[in-house]
Design a protein around this ligand. Structure first.
Ligand code: ADP
Ligand code: MG
Length: 484
C-alpha cells in the first residue's frame, strides 16, 4: 500500500479592528445588543452609497508589508452575489481579480525545529455578513446584523501545508503577526480570526492535486488540527476502498470530532462577480506605502532573533516568548524589574507562570502577578535572598494577589536564605555527627558513587534549614567537611 500525502490550503478571515465599518460609520464593537449597530448602508437600503474606510485599507497594507507581499497600486471591489438571510443586500462587497495584497510569504516552524516558508497567494478586503442566531428562541432563527459590514481581510495560502501541525503553525504565525501589527484582536472565540481549511490527499510523489473539500469556520487552533486529521483520514478511506471525493463544503463538529457535508462546492462563476459600480478603485501611492513601511513595529520573527542575541535565550525560549506580543512585553518588563536577569525571567515565565495560567484557564491579561512583582522576586533569587524553593513560596503568595510586595512576603514568612557561613557550618557539622554511617559510606565510596550519596546530605541540610540555604554554599561546605 503506498502512502498518502495530505495537502492543505487555508483561507483565513481576519476582522480588522477599525472603530467603524468598512463602508459605513456604524460602530463595530463586539457584543452589542442585536441590530443596534447596523445602519442603512450596512442594510443596503436603496439610495445609500458605501464609502471606503481608509483605516481598513491601511491595515490591509500593513499586513501585506509584514509578509513581504506585493501591494497592488490599483485594486478594485467586486460584488459577490449570493442569498443568505444575514446578508440583506443579496451580495457581499469583496475583491476578486485585483486584490489589495498579492503574493507574500509566511515563515513557520514546527515542534521538531523544522522551518518552512509558506506562500501566500493573496489577501483581499471584504465586508463581513450578519449572524443568524438559532439558540435564543426555539423554532425561530434571529438575525443580528451588527456584524454586517465589519471589515475583513481574507488571507489565502497556497496549498503548501502538509499536516495539521503545519496548518496550526501557520495560523499561529499569522495570529502573532496580526496581533503584533495591532490590526485585529485575533480573538478566535469571538470570531475575529476564522479559518476555512481546504483539504485533499494524493499518493506520495504525485504532482497532481487531489479533489479537495473545504471545512468552514473552524474556531480554534486545536479544532483545526483535529478537523484536518479527521477529514484526511475520511478521504483516504474513501479512496482506498475505490471511491472518489466529492468537491464540497463541510462543517466540523467538535463534539463528535467529525466533519459532515454542508453543500456542494460552488465555483467562482456561480457568484456572478462584477466590479462594484458604487466604489472607486483604490489607488495606493508609493509615498503612503513607504510611510506605512517605516511605521511597521518589530515583527515577531525579528523580535525572536533579538531575544536570542540580546538576552542570550535559546531559540525555544525566544519562540515561546515572542509567539504573543503581550507575552513578549511581559517578559521584557519582568526582565527590567529583575535588573536584567533574562535567563531567570524566561525560566520563571515559561516554567511556572504559563503553567499556572494554563491550569487556571487564564490568559495573560488576567494574570494575577504583575510583571514588576515577578521581576522583584527574580532579583531576590539573583541576590541569593531566595532559593529556588523559597521563591516558589513567594510565587504562590504573589499568585494570591494580596497586594503584598515581594520583600514583605519574604520578611513576613521568614524566607531569607541563611547566607551566614558559620551558621551553615554548624548545621553541617551537627548533621555529620548525627549520621556516622552515611558519612563513612561516603568517605569509602568512589567519585561516581559519591555524587549519588551527596543528595542525602544536601537533603538533610535543606530539611534543617527549611530549604533556606543557598545550594551552592551548601555543596561547597559539604565538600569541605565530609572529607575531613
Ligand atoms: P475558493 O475556495 O474560494 O474557490 P481557491 O480556488 O482560491 O478559492 O482556493 C482556496 C484555497 O484552497 C486556497 O488556500 C488553496 O491553496 C486551497 N486549495 C486549492 N486546491 C486545493 C487542493 N486540491 N487541496 C488542498 N487545498 C487546495
Ligand atoms: Mg474557499
Amino acid at each position: 500500500m503506498s502512502t498518502w500525502e495530505i495537502v492543505i490550503g487555508l483561507e483565513v478571515h481576519v476582522q480588522l479592528n477599525t472603530a467603524s465599518k468598512i463602508f459605513s460609520g456604524a460602530n463595530t464593537h463586539f457584543g452589542a445588543t442585536p441590530n443596534s449597530q447596523a445602519c442603512i448602508i450596512d442594510l443596503g437600503m436603496p439610495g445609500t452609497l458605501p464609502v471606503l474606510n481608509k483605516e481598513a485599507v491601511k491595515k490591509a497594507i500593513l499586513f501585506g508589508l509584514a509578509i513581504d507581499a506585493e501591494i497592488a497600486p490599483y485594486s478594485i471591489f467586486a460584488r459577490k452575489n449570493y442569498f443568505y438571510p444575514d446578508l440583506p443586500k443579496g451580495y457581499q462587497i469583496s475583491q476578486l481579480d485585483h486584490p489589495i495584497v498579492g503574493k507574500g510569504k509566511m515563515n513557520i516552524q514546527l515542534s521538531d525545529g523544522t522551518k518552512k516558508t509558506i506562500n501566500v497567494t493573496r489577501a483581499h478586503l471584504e465586508e463581513d455578513a450578519g449572524k443568524s442566531l438559532h439558540e435564543q428562541r426555539s423554532g425561530f432563527t434571529g438575525v443580528d446584523l451588527n456584524r454586517a459590514g465589519t471589515p475583513l481581510l481574507e488571507i489565502v495560502s497556497e496549498p503548501e501545508l502538509r499536516s495539521g501541525e503545519e496548518a496550526v503553525a501557520y495560523l499561529k504565525a499569522l495570529h502573532s503577526i496580526i496581533t503584533c501589527l495591532e490590526i485585529s484582536d485575533g480573538n478566535m472565540a469571538e470570531g475575529s480570526m476564522r479559518c476555512d481549511a481546504n483539504v485533499s490527499v494524493r499518493k506520495l510523489g504525485s504532482e497532481k492535486l487531489g479533489t479537495r473539500t473545504e471545512i468552514k469556520n473552524v474556531n480554534s487552533f486545536r479544532f483545526v488540527e483535529k478537523a484536518i486529521a479527521y477529514e484526511a483520514e475520511r478521504q483516504i478511506d474513501i479512496l482506498e476502498s475505490g471511491g472518489s471525493i466529492r468537491q464540497e463544503t463541510r462543517l466540523y463538529n467538535s463534539d463528535t470530532n467529525t466533519t459532515h457535508s454542508m453543500r456542494s462546492k460552488e465555483e467562482a462563476n456561480d457568484y456572478r462577480y462584477f466590479p462594484d459600480p458604487d466604489l472607486l478603485p483604490i489607488m495606493i501611492s508609493e509615498e503612503w506605502k513607504a510611510e506605512l513601511k517605516a511605521s511597521l513595529p518589530e515583527l515577531p520573527r525579528k523580535k525572536c532573533q533579538r531575544f536570542q542575541n540580546e538576552y542570550g535565550l535559546s531559540e525555544y525560549e525566544a519562540q515561546i516568548l515572542t509567539s504573543d506580543m503581550q507575552l513578549a512585553h511581559y517578559f521584557e518588563a519582568v526582565n527590567t524589574a529583575s535588573n536584567n536577569q533574562p535567563k531567570l525571567a524566561a525560566n520563571w515565565i515559561i516554567g511556572n507562570l504559563l503553567g499556572a495560567l494554563n491550569k487556571n484557564e487564564l490568559t495573560l491579561q488576567d494574570c494575577p502577578i504583575a510583571a514588576d512583582s515577578l521581576g522583584q522576586m527574580i532579583a531576590r533569587i539573583a541576590d541569593n535572598t531566595l532559593s529556588n524553593n523559597t521563591a516558589k513560596i513567594v510565587f504562590e503568595a504573589l499568585w494570591k494577589n494580596t497586594g503584598k510586595t515581594v520583600d514583605q512576603i519574604i520578611s513576613e514568612q521568614g524566607l531569607q536564605q541563611i547566607t551566614d557561613v558559620s551558621a551553615l557550618t554548624e548545621i553541617i557539622q551537627t548533621m555529620i555527627t548525627n549520621n556516622p554511617n552515611q558519612v563513612t559510606q561516603y568517605r569509602e565510596a568512589d567519585e561516581a558513587k559519591r555524587s549519588k550519596l551527596i543528595g542525602f546530605f544536601v537533603g538533610q541540610v535543606m530539611k534543617a534549614t527549611q530549604g533556606k540555604a543557598p545550594a551552592q554554599t551548601v555543596n561547597e561546605l559539604l565538600g569541605k567537611y565530609l572529607l575531613r
